[in-house]
Design a protein around this ligand. Sequence first.
Ligand SMILES: Nc1ncnc2c1ncn2[C@@H]1O[C@H](COP(=O)(O)OP(=O)(O)OP(=O)(O)O)[C@@H](O)[C@H]1O
Ligand SMILES: [Mg+2]
Length: 357
Amino acid sequence: MTEQDIIKVLSDVRHPAKDDRSIVELGMIDRVDVDGNAVCVYLAFSKHRDPLTEYLVGSTKAALYRAFGKDILVEVKTEVKEAPKAAKKNNINDLTLEQLTSVKNIIGVASGKGGVGKSTVAVNLAVALARLGYKVGLADADVYGPSVPVMTATEGLQPEAVEVDGKELIVPLEKFGVKWMSIGYFAQPGQALIWRGPMACNALKQMILQVKWDELDFLLIDMPPGTGDIHISLVHDIPMTGAVIVTTPQAVALADVEKGIDMFRNKNVNRHIYGLVENMAWFTPEELPQNKYYIFGKDGGKKMAEKYDIPLLGQIPIVQGIREGGDSGEPVALGSRPDSMAFLDLARSLADAVSQE
Ligand SMILES: Nc1ncnc2c1ncn2[C@@H]1O[C@H](COP(=O)(O)OP(=O)(O)OP(=O)(O)O)[C@@H](O)[C@H]1O
Ligand SMILES: [Mg+2]
């Protein structure tokens, strides 16, 4: 592993906001130190608080691990080459909650379990709330597997950065009346995002705190699966007003979902749970909407809601169109079919639950 080898590898790391030119071509590699299997790369940024800092640091590390194996030691240091303006802040630690001051409700859409439909529920709920006339934003907090860009057909679009009061902010994308933000907008399509814990947390906080949300009634946060460090840090650091827990009816899902409930009720976190959404509650063939087949068992979510004394906000059927809507980027909540209405009912129940708090 020589300096030249490293430069060669880094010439494949591209800056999505600069016409996908490589960080080498853009002159961002200030210095590379190699010592045995340890490498330190100094990345130079031309402005303070570049919204892509965390992303480029992550991509640089990932490229080196991919090329030289995970046993090497990689450090990436960032520096700003231009003379700093006095008022500008440049550090991830300087991120403040200022951009959330005009956001009335910040609601995590979570579950202890993967694949239960958190993202599907979050995206459709956002669209449904917007249809009811609320101002809505959605931050995709799944930095490892962002699904919002595909589910809204916004992949490939690039949010702009603007300067507000000397701070660089990312402007969310707007579509279907909702403001969307996802780390997926800063990655190449299909590129696996490899992050170490603290980096993932920082990238995530940037996706929520460094965004020009302006006034919102609801900011939904599509949480990644699990109840690990990243979740606890997120729930701890973001002033969430509460959470919506998504589950499917099977017992195996319910056990994991209980961990999700415990996470929000943990005394260090202590966030209100507005209610439970039972997704995939029954299967309905599109041509026979009145037929219900309880393929994952009946009322598992409803029983869990009773057990934990949490309101059941809604039951969403399994319908082929919901999956197709996710894959094509046309959320079903935009339509007028029975399953579209299930999301509108859910949005009404959530708005009611929030207004009663
Ligand atoms: N009610 C539903 N009817 C039909 N398909 C559904 C439904 N809910 C979710 N799906 C499909 O199931 C798959 C998983 O859903 P989704 O990605 O929303 O789950 P998730 O909980 O966000 O997953 P992850 O834990 O990976 O973030 C997707 O293909 C989605 O389209
Ligand atoms: Mg998801």
